[in-house]
Design a protein around this ligand. Structure first.
Ligand code: GAL
Length: 390
């Protein structure tokens, strides 16, 4: 009988595993959208903040526009007990209840860990507890796991050679993916190892639905600009279910002006990047809220074709980026990286867009792309975003 029961479960697991693997692969058909606690709250994040961000995601209208994931980053962890159970710290008295609350708002719930023994904030990571932690996440109702390299560097160092270190890292990411699959609960799997070792070449192979391509974005134009414009050339590695992740949207955190934040929202949408806000959603200026909630711009990011855009033209600080969209439409963004305004004369017909109808998505106006140079009035550090029809 015991033997039979065992056989039944092995057979069931054989059926379930591919089903879950399929479900996992259809996750993140478009780039994930949501909120993450780190860049604004750091180690101050707690249960009340997460609840209020879920509330604000609904009351701001963001949920209806596709923002879904409410993700707790580092510093939720307390201590691991003798049975290996990792308990949340006192700021998170009941993680299951918190996940239930987020779900009750029609949203999804994300958590953070590391393949190392320690996270970046020196709290317990999942090293050698991968299956146990994944099972606990499933029991809580976790829908999204960010897995941050940090403490795993110690294991890599001990591996001896760069090749062995690389293999150890790849294996560690694959291991957590396997542990997630084994729970039977689909969870978006977010790799965070700062773009090391050309992660875009192997991230999807270890089950990543997205992978950070860079170091942390900071709330300055210089940081955002370097990261965002530096993504050129990575598009061929991304697509439905597996995305490049140039890190969080700093919109609303105060370090950039409206035009600079407009540049981030536009560039991230051209890049088919995850749109994960990291500001206080309960206290947004109308300007910042408008940037995060422009449905036409979000539609560029979420375009079902899932093709990432790239740079097609430069003229000093002026850059034109193009992104193919469904049904033969095209998004064209004309950026001004200079801090002062300038009038750029761009011949979009030479780029193949002559004689086509277009909409200026930030201005909300219609125009026609003419033959010959067109004048674009560009504010400093700003952008004009066009959706050009077929
Ligand atoms: C960094 C990571 C950040 C954040 C932080 C938490 O390594 O890139 O996004 O997760 O750790 O400690």
């Amino acid at each position: 009988m015991k033997k039979l029961a065992g056989l039944c479960c092995v057979a069931a697991a054989m059926v379930i595993a591919p089903v879950v693997a399929r479900a996992q692969a259809t996750l993140a058909a478009t780039p994930p959208m949501g909120w993450n606690s780190w860049n604004h709250y750091h180690s101050k994040v707690d249960d009340a903040i997460v609840r209020s961000m879920a509330d604000a995601m609904v009351s701001s209208g963001m949920r209806e526009l596709g923002y879904t994931y409410v993700n707790i980053d580092d510093t939720w962890q307390g201590e691991r007990d003798a049975q290996g159970v990792l308990h949340p710290n006192a700021r998170f008295p009941d993680m299951k209840a918190l996940a239930d609350y987020v779900h009750s708002k029609g949203l999804k719930f994300g958590i953070y860990s590391s393949p190392g023994a320690l996270t970046c904030d020196k709290l317990p990571g999942s090293y050698q507890f991968e299956e146990q932690d994944a099972k606990m996440y499933a029991a809580w109702g976790v829908d999204y796991v960010k897995y941050d390299l940090c403490g795993f560097r110690a294991v890599m160092k001990a591996a001896g050679s760069p090749e062995a270190a690389h293999q150890a890292m790849v294996d560690a990411y694959a291991k957590m993916h396997k542990a997630i699959l084994a729970t039977g609960r689909p969870m978006v799997y977010s790799l965070c190892q700062y773009g090391n070792d050309a992660v875009w070449e192997w991230g999807a192979g270890v089950g990543g639905n997205l992978w950070r391509t860079t170091q942390d974005v900071r709330d300055t134009y210089a940081s955002m600009e370097t990261i965002g414009f530096g993504q050129s050339g990575l598009g061929r590695f991304a697509g439905p279910g597996h995305w490049n992740d140039p890190d969080l949207l700093e919109i609303g955190n105060g370090g950039m002006n409206t035009e600079e934040y407009r540049t981030q929202m536009t560039l991230w949408s051209m890049l088919a990047a995850p749109l994960i806000a990291t500001n206080d959603l309960s206290d947004m200026t109308p300007a910042n809220k408008a940037l995060l909630t422009n449905k036409d711009v979000i539609a560029i990011d979420q375009d079902p074709l899932g093709k990432e855009g790239d740079r097609v033209y430069t003229e000093g600080p002026v850059e034109v980026w193009e992104r193919p969209l469904v049904n033969g439409a095209t998004a064209v963004a004309i950026f001004n990286r200079h801090p002062l305004p300038l009038k750029a004369a761009i011949d979009l017909s030479k780029l193949g867009f002559g004689n086509r109808k277009a909409r200026d998505l930030w201005a909300g106006t219609d125009l026609k792309v003419e033959k010959g140079p067109m004048k674009f009035n560009l504010l400093g550090h700003s952008v004009v975003l066009l959706r050009i029809s077929k």
